[in-house]
Design a protein around this ligand. Structure first.
Ligand code: FES
Ligand code: FES
Length: 192
């Protein structure tokens, strides 16, 4: 099968790889060691594989790797770490929104995309934004609570002068929710 060279920037690190034309971004990311991107349904139904692709939340199982050539990818790990968690990640932990954790990376990415475009969402808007992310553990109540808590904390931070902000993980990534970017459905690439 034909292979093609692609360049991905993942969490700020450049990777030059050769990828089969049919390889999905999810598999390439996991092969590169980004195992925080979870492989669930591989059909676009569960949201576990969500990443930010040039700031847009996508299900990486629905993106061919070559379509991401030249793109910036951010995974959950790229937003924050155990030592320096992102506000959203902290809110999930503090609200009991993490149980087995399998869905959490995708939930955090979907939340980031939501709060970037809507800093003060209603519960209905939160549930709608996370409707493409499945969780078999929490019943969703704690996750909705986590998003509300993260939104409040981020709004509170935004009221602090910018020079007082931590740089870690709080920069805007944009985002439009979980969807394949325009042009990818017809194989047109992500336009990176
Ligand atoms: Fe389920 Fe991608 S693995 S949406
Ligand atoms: Fe287990 Fe969501 S915490 S699937």
């Amino acid at each position: 099968m034909a292979r093609r060279p692609i360049r991905l920037t993942v969490n700020g690190r450049i990777h030059d790889v050769e990828s089969e034309s049919s390889a999905i971004l999810l598999d390439v990311l996991r092969d590169l060691g980004y195992t925080d991107v979870k492989s669930g349904c591989e059909q676009g139904d569960c949201g576990a594989c969500a990443v930010l692709l040039n700031g847009t939340a996508v299900n990486s199982c629905l993106v061919l790797a070559w379509q991401a050539d030249g793109c910036e990818v951010v995974t959950n790990r790229g937003l924050g770490t155990m030592d320096a968690p992102h506000v959203i990640q902290e809110a999930f932990a503090d609200s009991g929104g993490v149980q087995c954790g399998f869905c959490t990376s995708g939930m955090v990415i979907a939340t980031k995309a939501l709060l970037d475009r809507n800093p003060d969402p209603t519960e209905a808007e939160i549930r709608d934004a996370l409707s493409g992310n499945l969780c078999r553990c929490t019943g969703y109540g704690q996750i909705v609570g986590a998003v509300r808590l993260a939104a409040k904390r981020l709004r509170d931070l935004a009221s602090i002068p910018a020079s007082s902000h931590s740089e870690d993980g709080r920069e805007s990534q944009g985002g439009r929710g979980i969807s394949v970017p325009d042009g990818q459905a017809n194989g047109g690439g992500a336009g990176c």
